[in-house]
Design a protein around this ligand. Structure first.
Ligand code: SF4
Length: 506
């Protein structure tokens, strides 16, 4: 039985044995894969600071879908991140179609009475109202914690209401209490898409020998380029440029894709992951049900990784020679262009914080620029990153710390005080600790800035050069602001609160 046959996807703690609490070094992770040290039971830290739940990345994807209403079934605060995500929805729509449009999200705003009497009726009315008021192609019915706790059956409600509305209804399970690995969000969204938008045209494999969606032909030169919201249009264009250079057609999926067009993913000759942390759940489904093979290995961040990524795609189509021509040209030009930045980067130390694969690929990129990696904090760890740890361990001159943590700024502050990096790369909302310690910071992902492919290397180098050239802003911040920790904490072991029950540290 496929995962897609289940009502909701399994959490990543179970499916991938992913973990969020561990300390090691780059060589330690490369040697053991971190696996035996990660805690598979509920142990993690005896002290935790706030984190996010899986709703945030799920809504980042869903809010981007055109002609779709996101209907959140939970307490009203659960969808509050949609306000900050709206800038990306407007900007992304404008870049793609020249239309500035807000995301449409509604909430059933469950209250105390709903918790006691159940919220199914309220959800039913909200679906009917959303359908008649906005007439969307689809409505994604997203469940937060409350319906999960009180036992509202959102799939049952959707099934019952579907005949009464025109919109296609997609249940998406994002009950925050079920998982600590927020990357489970990607599986939850893909699960909803797979179970509803792609299911009706699916024929039994034995009968059709793995065909695309009913009535559709295979497209022998089309590749699915997977983008799960952490890649802006400018990065999509860079990868499209490289793939088109090989003579391939590109279907970008699923962010900003019209729900009606999603069946095209079943017709492609190949799916290419741009981030293994995001994509494996759906790529397995496309392969299993529609015979679309996939590549999920390298992230096209950095010179070497972009070339490896392109070589993998080319090898699938027998286009190795064309790929080598493109790579030689791109790498030659890029290395020349980077020469002016390298003297400033030489010997500068950098700390990186992000989702695991992006953090590791970025470490490779920064080493290519001549910076020295002082440490990495990955938001979780799973098996997909093992090759990447090995690559970095092979190339590093000195071992450095790896912190597996779903943010935990107190650990980060302690580490940064010790390591004293010259530069910090992290998420826009996660750079505050480093900034207040006087360290120049740069966003590790911003959908308006180039980051991916060869172009991304150059653009990132240019931005970092400017930042390192003049670090006064952060110096001033540190002079005027302080973090909330006592001096005793900075003298303590940064991993003092790691609870290693169920595992060992090497
Ligand atoms: S953890 Fe639960 S209650 Fe909190 S935002 Fe997420 S879904 Fe809502």
């Amino acid at each position: 039985m496929s995962y897609i046959d289940l009502k909701s996807p399994p959490k990543r703690e179970d499916r991938l044995k992913a973990c969020i609490a561990h300390s090691s070094t780059i060589c330690g992770m490369a040697g053991t894969g971190g696996k035996k040290s990660c805690l598979q039971d509920d142990g993690e830290r005896s002290f935790n600071q706030g984190s996010i739940c899986l709703l945030l990345p799920a809504l980042a994807m869903l809010n981007s879908l055109p002609d779709n209403v996101v209907l959140l079934h939970s307490a009203i605060g659960c969808g509050s991140c949609s306000h900050s995500q709206n800038a990306n929805v407007r900007f992304g729509g404008n870049q793609r179609w020249g239309v500035v449009k807000d995301g449409l999200w509604l909430s059933t705003a469950m209250n105390e009475s709903d918790v006691i009497s159940g919220g199914e009726q309220k959800l039913e009315q909200a679906i009917i109202e959303a359908d008649s008021r906005y007439k969307p192609f689809s409505i994604t019915v997203v469940a937060g914690c409350v319906p999960g706790i009180i036992g509202d059956d959102i799939d049952g409600v959707v099934q019952q209401v579907q005949p009464q509305v025109n919109a296609r209804l997609l249940p998406v399970h994002c009950e925050g209490f079920k998982t600590k690995i927020w990357a489970t969000a990607y599986d939850a969204v893909y699960h909803g898409i797979g179970r509803t938008l792609l299911r009706e045209g699916e024929l039994p494999a034995a009968e059709n020998g793995l065909l695309p969606f009913k009535g559709l032909e295979r497209l022998p030169k089309t590749v699915n380029l997977m983008n799960v919201s952490s890649m802006g249009r400018v990065d999509e264009q860079e990868l499209e440029r490289l793939l088109k250079g090989l003579g391939l057609d590109v279907n970008v999926f699923p962010v900003f894709a019209h729900p009606e067009s999603m069946v095209k993913a079943t017709q492609a000759a190949l799916s290419i992951s741009t981030c293994p942390t995001h994509d494996d759940y759906f790529l397995n489904y496309l392969e299993e049900r529609f015979g679309v093979p996939s590549i999920i290995r390298h992230m096209p961040i950095g010179i070497a990784n972009t070339s490896l990524w392109l070589r993998d795609v080319a090898a699938h189509f027998g286009l190795e020679e064309a790929a080598e021509r493109i790579i030689a040209l791109e790498e030659g030009e890029l290395n020349q262009a980077l020469a002016e930045f390298r003297p400033l980067f030489a010997g500068k130390k950098v700390f990186i914080s992000a989702g695991e694969f992006r953090a590791l690929a970025t470490a490779g990129l920064l080493e290519e620029l001549g910076l020295t990696v002082a440490g990495i904090r990955s938001f979780h760890h799973d098996e997909f990153a093992e090759g990447e740890y090995r690559k970095l361990a092979d190339s590093t001159r000195e071992d450095y710390v790896i912190d597996i943590a779903n943010v935990q700024p107190f650990e980060e502050a302690n580490l940064l005080k010790r390591l004293k990096p010259d530069l910090f790369l992290g998420h826009a909302n996660g750079n505050g600790t480093a900034a207040r310690l006087g360290i120049p910071t740069h966003v590790i992902y911003h959908t308006g800035l180039a980051y991916i492919g060869y172009k991304g290397v150059y653009e990132l180098a240019r931005r970092l050069w400017r930042q390192l050239k003049n670090p006064v802003y952060n110096r001033k911040l540190a002079e005027n602001l302080r973090l909330p920790y006592r001096e005793e904490w900075y003298a303590s072991d940064p991993f003092a609160y790691l609870d290693t029950r169920g595992g060992i540290s090497e």
